[in-house]
Design a protein around this ligand. Structure first.
Ligand SMILES: NC(=O)c1ccc[n+]([C@@H]2O[C@H](COP(=O)([O-])OP(=O)(O)OC[C@H]3O[C@@H](n4cnc5c(N)ncnc54)[C@H](O)[C@@H]3O)[C@@H](O)[C@H]2O)c1
Length: 309
């Protein structure tokens, strides 16, 4: 199949590109390199450097390539930036996504796959782990934009017959995650520890997240191409809660022999206290389960950063 991967120079998108090419698909990457890295892009992919916010750029790709599937990962991913610059966040995450949806509709794309979020959409959870029916109470502009695109996808399905798959990831980690910015705590801690620099935990460190390894995300995308029917939303998660303190302890033991101790700073407003999602639905549909234990995934990630610093 011909698959357009937006954000294919980024952390998750580039791993998906590698997986799709490995499975024999033809991949076109659209990325403006705002946070992505050209070194992440597979040599076997066709790379278009451009912005999803440009309707002309998007239209040209659909004109030049017979796109079967859109795999949409390009986004402004930083929750804190979405709070300080909500218009910018919405321009990329909503209007950019609409450019792709319009082109997909016009060109009869078979399926639109969207990278959504578990934590930011469910907000402070009422029960743990959250399933896909958990009430949605996003408390950040980022969560609102992700929810909005989910609603647009349902509209495009109902009115225009465009099939979709929504994957709500929890906290994805692994090689190639950008340690700059605020988004990936594993990448931030690992790189600081490798540099011998201090690591900061905001709040008590008892806040929990559900960490899922990027290789497991890629497997979910490959399974979906073989098995998806209809238009559904799935959590892609482990269901396990890990505190930031415990994450720090494991990374410190892997990288510094336990010597790195965190510095504590004031809790940041708007951060979720606890977050975890169940992947029972995708397990029943595609037979997907997380396969990489946290400690093993962190060891692989630390080894990657050590080699690529
Ligand atoms: N990392 C996570 O834990 C996580 C969790 C839930 C959802 N997601 C979603 O997964 C997707 C990928 O996230 P990631 O962690 O790989 O982030 P990333 O920043 O590494 O990847 C995003 C990519 O999109 C590109 N991009 C940004 N704006 C663009 C634009 N206007 N036009 C074209 N390209 C643009 C960037 O250059 C980058 O390569 C995002 O949609 C994100 O919201 C990520």
């Amino acid at each position: 199949m011909n698959i357009l991967v937006t954000g294919g120079a980024g952390f998750i998108g580039s791993h998906i590109v590698d997986g799709l090419i490995g499975a024999g698909h033809r991949v076109i990457v659209l990325d403006n390199l705002s946070s992505g890295n050209p070194r992440n892009i597979s040599q076997q992919a066709t790379f278009v450097e451009g912005d999803i916010c440009s309707a002309d750029t998007v239209a040209a790709i659909f004109r030049d390539h017979a796109i079967d599937v859109v795999n949409h990962h390009a986004a402004q991913i930083d929750v804190r930036k979405s709070v300080t610059a909500p218009v910018h966040d919405a321009e990329i995450n909503i209007l950019g996504s609409l450019n792709l949806l319009e082109a997909a509709r016009q060109h009869g794309v078979k399926r639109f796959v969207f990278a959504s979020t578990g934590g930011a959409i469910y907000g402070e959870q009422q029960y743990f782990p959250a399933d896909e029916k958990h009430p949605q109470q996003p408390i950040s502009p980022y969560g609102i934009t992700k929810r909005s695109v989910e609603l647009y996808l349902e509209y495009y399905r109902a009115v225009h017959g465009l099939a979709y798959t929504i994957f709500r990831y929890t906290n994805v980690y692994g090689p190639r995650q950008d340690p700059k910015g605020d988004a990936g705590v594993v990448a931030i801690f690992a790189n600081a520890m490798l540099d011998g620099a201090p690591t900061t935990i905001f709040g008590t460190g008892s806040q929990t997240r559900d960490y899922v390894y990027v290789g497991d995300i890629v497997r979910a995308h490959l399974l979906l191409l073989d098995r998806a029917v209809g238009s559904e939303v799935y959590n892609v998660a482990t269901g396990m809660e890990t505190s930031v303190n415990d994450l720090h302890i494991v990374l410190s033991s892997l990288i510094t022999g336990g010597k790195a101790a965190p510095v504590y700073a004031e809790a940041r407003k708007g951060e979720l206290d606890r977050s975890s999602c169940t992947s029972a639905k995708i397990e029943a549909a595609f037979g997907w389960q997380p396969s990489v234990e946290l400690r093993d995934g962190l060891a692989k990630t630390a080894a990657y950063f050590k080699e690529h610093r």
